[in-house]
Design a protein around this ligand. Structure first.
Ligand SMILES: [Zn+2]
Length: 259
C-alpha cells in the first residue's frame, strides 16, 4: 500500500493550483467518468457536488445510485428526482457522471415566437457549424411544453442503464417558465460523453424538471458558446476498472438511453 500523505507545504501548493484554476475559469469542460461507464452500470463515484463547483458553475449529470438527474447553473446544483420533483443538492452528494464548465457564452439571442427544439439546435449549429467542437447552451424562458424523464434510484447489483430506462418516469410540464442547461457534444466523443444535444430542465419555482426529451420555447433568451477543451477525471474504483467500456452496441445503447 502506498501512503501518500501530503505535507502542509504540498497541501498549500495544491490549494494554490486549485485557486489558480478557479480564478482563471478556463473555457473548458470538466467531466467525471465516462458515459460508457454510466451506461454499463457504474453508478457510484467519489466526486461531490462541492468538487464539481470548483470545476464550473454550470453543468449536468446524475447522482450516485442513479438517483435522479442533476442540473447546475449560477453555481446552484439541483437534483431532479424520479417523482418529477426537484430539490437543492447538498454539497456532500456524490456523482458517478457529470459535466461542468464555467459558462461564458459568446452568443445571446432573444426568442419571441414559438420555436421548437430542432429549430433552436439549428440556430446554434449555424453559428457553430463544426461538429468537432463542444457547445454549452442555456435557455431562460417560457416553454409551451417541456417533456422530461428522470432516472429512478437503483440498488446493487446494478443493472445496465438500458434496462433501467425501460421503466423511466416521464413528465410533461405545460406552459411553464424555467431554465434549460445543455451541451452539444461532437460525434467523435460518443461514449466518452453523449454525442449530440443533451439538455436538462428545471421549472422557475425549482420544484420540477428532468432530462429533456422534447420542448417548445414560447419566448426567452438563448445563450451559447463553443468550448475547445475537455478534462476527464477517470475513477479508480473496481466497478469502473472492471467495466466493459467499449461494447459493440455502444452507439445504439447511448442513443436509446439519451434520446
Ligand atoms: Zn440527461
Amino acid at each position: 500500500m502506498i501512503d501518500l500523505t501530503l505535507c502542509s507545504c504540498e497541501k498549500s501548493l495544491l490549494e494554490m493550483v486549485e485557486t489558480f484554476a478557479a480564478r482563471n475559469k478556463e473555457n473548458m469542460i470538466y467531466q467525471t467518468s465516462l458515459m460508457s461507464a454510466l451506461l454499463s452500470g457504474v453508478y457510484e463515484g467519489e466526486t461531490t457536488m462541492a468538487d464539481l463547483l470548483k470545476r464550473g458553475d454550470f453543468g449536468l449529470g446524475t447522482f450516485n445510485e442513479l438517483d435522479g438527474e442533476m442540473i447546475a447553473f449560477n453555481s446552484q446544483v439541483y437534483q431532479l428526482r424520479s417523482d418529477g420533483s426537484a430539490r437543492a443538492a447538498s454539497p456532500q452528494q456524490k456523482t458517478p457522471f457529470a459535466v461542468m464548465t464555467w459558462f461564458k457564452p459568446q452568443y445571446r439571442l432573444r426568442i419571441d415566437s414559438l420555436t421548437s427544439r430542432q429549430e433552436l439546435h439549428q440556430i446554434i449549429d449555424q453559428k457553430i457549424p463544426s461538429d468537432n467542437l463542444f457547445c454549452a447552451l442555456r435557455i431562460d424562458g417560457h416553454f409551451r411544453h417541456a417533456h422530461t424523464r428522470t432516472v429512478p434510484r437503483q440498488t446493487p447489483p446494478y443493472r445496465a442503464m438500458t434496462d433501467v430506462l425501460d421503466d423511466q418516469p416521464v413528465f410533461r410540464f405545460n406552459s411553464r417558465a424555467g431554465v434549460l442547461v445543455g451541451f452539444r457534444t461532437p460525434q467523435h466523443m460518443q461514449g466518452i460523453n453523449v454525442a449530440g444535444y443533451h439538455e436538462h430542465f428545471i421549472t422557475d419555482d425549482r420544484q420540477g424538471g428532468g432530462h429533456l426529451l422534447d420542448y417548445q420555447l414560447e419566448q426567452g433568451v438563448l445563450t451559447f458558446g463553443e468550448i475547445h477543451k475537455l478534462m476527464i477525471d477517470l475513477p479508480a474504483d473496481s466497478a469502473f476498472l472492471n467495466a466493459d467500456l467499449h461494447p459493440d452496441n455502444l452507439d445504439a445503447a447511448i442513443r436509446a438511453v439519451e434520446n
